[in-house]
Design a protein around this ligand. Structure first.
Ligand SMILES: *Cc1c(COP(=O)(O)O)cnc(C)c1O
Length: 392
């Protein structure tokens, strides 16, 4: 091993458990003042002693110490060598798609976050990038019908909002046959606490840190993790050249949220399981979608690659009108877009988060209700949902 202090740092951190990394990786006490918490470096520029002689920072679009801490911490959580933070999940996705060139093709799942579909189809489609939607729960079908010029396979698992589980390792072995192609996994729903896609063969992991990583519905952000130095350097170039960087305060809030990810996820898992019990047993509910249910088509794959089934639950109630009445009938479950925070949310994906996918192969059923089960007292959550369903 070398004497490079950063190498020692990495070795020391690699031995830590998940919760320790969340609290300490990239977050040593600040060397000048000893501040235990990474400060908000609210500055746009950094003084230089002589031209080009500085402490590693020049201008805050290019780099800011609060952002550096966040990037180190989140990369450690994904077990990745490198991480790059962005102003939103979609800015992170945009940076990944900018690795492509006109004429390249993107394969995506036929069930994905509406904004991902909109970005790939409606923004990059105009820049000469083609796409196709596939059922990625059948990776051998993709192997047989592999589209020419595919450079990126975009997996989301579990998916938003249908909770479809894609076997990351199975897709990775199809992608690995084509050295020119890379596998991206959107790990927003599972979080690195429940699932680490790089271990299963993904090349890049993308997050909307707005959701579970931030965890408190108070900040928008995005993140990309990778083990490839070349991909990291290209992404860092795009981060600086395009400029969709997160503000120092936003980095601070995300870092603060991520510290408690492990304890929050344990409670999200438990509360979701109890809510699922209610839904499965309720006469007004037709179908419950949650990877923890033994009858869920992705249950086996979920058990293989996830250490818990997460706090997102979707269910169908038979008609759009009934779905609307449920979403408007709860008190603790707040009717709102977004997910992954301490408070419980409820929404109608067809009319809200996934409206941009209407009329596309990614359209969602209109009797679907999506829950983000929070970490309130579970008895209160179950009672709230029960009264809304009982009134149908
Ligand atoms: C919210 C979300 C995004 C987009 O992230 P923003 O932070 O809203 O830009 C991407 N993927 C998934 C799965 C999401 O839920």
């Amino acid at each position: 091993m070398t004497d490079d202090p950063t190498d020692h740092e990495t070795e020391r951190q690699e031995a830590w458990g998940f919760a320790t990394k969340a609290i300490h990786a990239g977050q040593d006490p600040e060397p000048v003042t000893g501040a235990v918490t990474v400060p908000v470096f609210q500055t746009s520029t950094f003084a230089q002693e002589a031209v080009g002689k500085h402490a590693g920072y020049e201008y805050a679009r290019t780099g800011n110490p609060t952002r550096t801490a966040l990037q180190h911490a989140l990369a450690a959580l994904e077990g990745a060598a490198f991480g790059v933070s962005f102003a939103s999940g979609l800015a992170a996705e945009d940076a990944i798609l900018r690795l492509l060139e006109p004429g390249d093709h993107v394969v995506m799942g036929n069930d994905a976050y509406g904004g991902t579909f909109r970005l790939i189809a409606k923004v990059f489609g105009r820049a000469g990038i083609s796409w196709s939607a596939h059922d990625l729960t059948e990776p051998l079908d993709l192997d047989r019908s592999w589209p020419d010029n595919t450079k990126l396979v975009w997996v989301e698992t579990p998916t938003n909002p249908l909770l479809t589980v894609v076997d990351i390792g199975a897709v990775a072995s199809v992608v690995a046959k084509r050295p020119e192609a890379r596998l991206v996994v959107d790990n927003t729903f599972a979080t690195p606490y429940l699932q680490q896609p790089l271990v299963h063969g993904a090349d890049l992991v993308v997050h909307s840190t707005t959701k579970y990583l931030g965890g408190h519905s108070d900040v928008v952000g995005g993140f990309v993790a990778t083990n490839e130095a070349e991909v990291h350097d290209h992404l860092a170039f795009i981060q600086n050249a395009v400029g969709a960087v997160p503000a120092p305060w936003d980095c601070y809030l995300t870092l603060r949220g991520a510290k408690t990810l492990a304890v929050r996820m344990d409670r999200h898992n438990q509360n979701a399981a109890a809510v699922v019990d209610l839904l499965v047993g309720h006469a007004e509910v037709e179908t419950v979608l949650w990877p923890g249910l033994p009858g869920h088509p992705g249950h086996e794959a979920a058990k293989k690659q996830m250490s818990g089934f997460g706090g997102m639950v979707s269910f169908r109630v038979g008609s759009r009108d009934r779905a609307m009445r449920v979403t408007e009938g709860t008190e603790l479950f707040t009717l709102a877009e977004s997910l992954g925070a301490v408070e419980s949310l409820i929404e109608h994906p067809g009319a809200m988060t996934h409206l941009s996918a209407a009329g596309s192969p990614l359209e969602v059923p209109d009797d679907l209700v999506r829950l983000s089960v929070g970490i309130e007292d579970v008895a209160d959550l179950v009672a709230d949902l029960r009264q809304a369903l009982d009134r149908l």
